[in-house]
Design a binder for this molecule. Sequence first.
Ligand SMILES: NC(=O)C1=CN([C@@H]2O[C@H](COP(=O)(O)OP(=O)(O)OC[C@H]3O[C@@H](n4cnc5c(N)ncnc54)[C@H](OP(=O)(O)O)[C@@H]3O)[C@@H](O)[C@H]2O)C=CC1
Ligand SMILES: N[C@@H](CC=O)C(=O)O
Ligand code: NA
Length: 433
Amino acid sequence: MVEALKIGLLGLGTVGTATAEILQSPERRNPVLNDITIAKVGVSNLEKPRQVQFPEGVLTTDLEGIVNDPNIDVIIELIGGLEPARSLILQAIAKGKHIVTANKAVISRYGEEIYHAAEQAGVYVFIEAAVGGGIPVIRPLQQALSVNRIQSILGIINGTTNFILTKMGAEGSDFAEVLTEAQELGYAEADPSADVDGYDAADKITILATLAFEEQVNLEDVSCEGIRQVSAVDIKYAKQLGFEIKLLAIAQRDETGLQVRVHPTLVPKDHPLASIDGVNNAILVEGDPLGQVMFYGPGAGGGATASAVVSDLMNIAAMVKTTASVNPLMKIPQHPAGQLVPIQELVTRFYARIICVDRPGVIGNLGTCFGKHNVSLESIVQIDFNHGIAEVVVVTHNVKEENFRKALAEIPQLEAIDQIQIPSVLRVLRENL
Ligand SMILES: NC(=O)C1=CN([C@@H]2O[C@H](COP(=O)(O)OP(=O)(O)OC[C@H]3O[C@@H](n4cnc5c(N)ncnc54)[C@H](OP(=O)(O)O)[C@@H]3O)[C@@H](O)[C@H]2O)C=CC1
Ligand SMILES: N[C@@H](CC=O)C(=O)O
Ligand code: NA
């Protein structure tokens, strides 16, 4: 009789609970799941009511005890945050245990250290749940797509912000109200500023770019803007101009080098990412010779994320049964440190909303100022007028970021422009992406 693979599950929150639920009901799923047993579950509070039940003694607050338990083969880390998650993963690897984790915060910062330790110990570290929730994207990049030279990855990879932007656009809902709903549905991070300020998407694109471009991307070099400055008015105007606003994570290699960034972006309505709504994620990968492929599905939530966690676990269970050595196509390779192109060098399009006193010459003066800095405008329209105040919206062609910022900085000094405010400056998807 084959001995069951013994699991130490760290964390029994949104994803941990859904993971245990799958493992406790293996019927009509892959038969490999029948050979997996949850030996220990680590939590911080034993008194909390739980949706899943375990035999006496399985639930514990002694997480170090779990990672050091010689009977446990695989650790599933679902506690989140940096510490103690990182240390527990490293301790478990040192004890020869395979790792499955959904923790993009740890992997984006300490991935290389963890992969190196895993290489030394001859164990697997699987991270499918860390990017795109239930959508398979890590393994396709490691395997099926890795024969291609990747040129760009464009992703909607934060479910919470996509949920918020979709609701704000469709219902004109208030930002704070929709965020609370996303928290109640289990999509948001423990500190939702990780979602709203773009850090979660930055973690995820760092992981994807490191895998796809075979250079170790430093998270601190990734330019990151969240959605706080996006108002319902911007979403409305963007729609009028033929765009949807999405928080995009972009990694792109061109003649200038590798650029990795996260920012709200106006996406033309006919682009495949424009119609990705709600908690769904989508990742558009372009490579040579394949062309474009898009991965789409639920990017957050307990069940969806647990699907990726258990699929990783199932792969480990199947492989340890058949071979003792590590399959090179299943391990995450280590890469040399890379250098990113700074954001000032970026060539992109912009949208800006400008509010000022309405008087003759305003539009002409704005146009001249942009022209002086080599910023070519696709459109400049007075979109609203109220009590002598004009609201002007500008959309540019592809321009150098640095030139656009210089023009913006000069606008308040223009003689014909009074009581100026520039409440929003957003990037528009570049013409050739
Ligand atoms: N929620 C989602 O949609 C997704 C989440 N993820 C990632 O999955 C991971 C887990 O997220 P999620 O399930 O939402 O998180 P939750 O906050 O819902 O759950 C965290 C769990 O970890 C336990 N825990 C936290 N810190 C400690 C500690 N120091 N010692 C012992 N136990 C601890 C908590 O214990 P207790 O129950 O006692 O409080 C809880 O059971 C995170 O890395 C997250 O980024 C990835 C993709 C999607
Ligand atoms: N908070 C994250 C959860 C999944 O990674 C999100 O909203 O996408
Ligand atoms: Na995934």
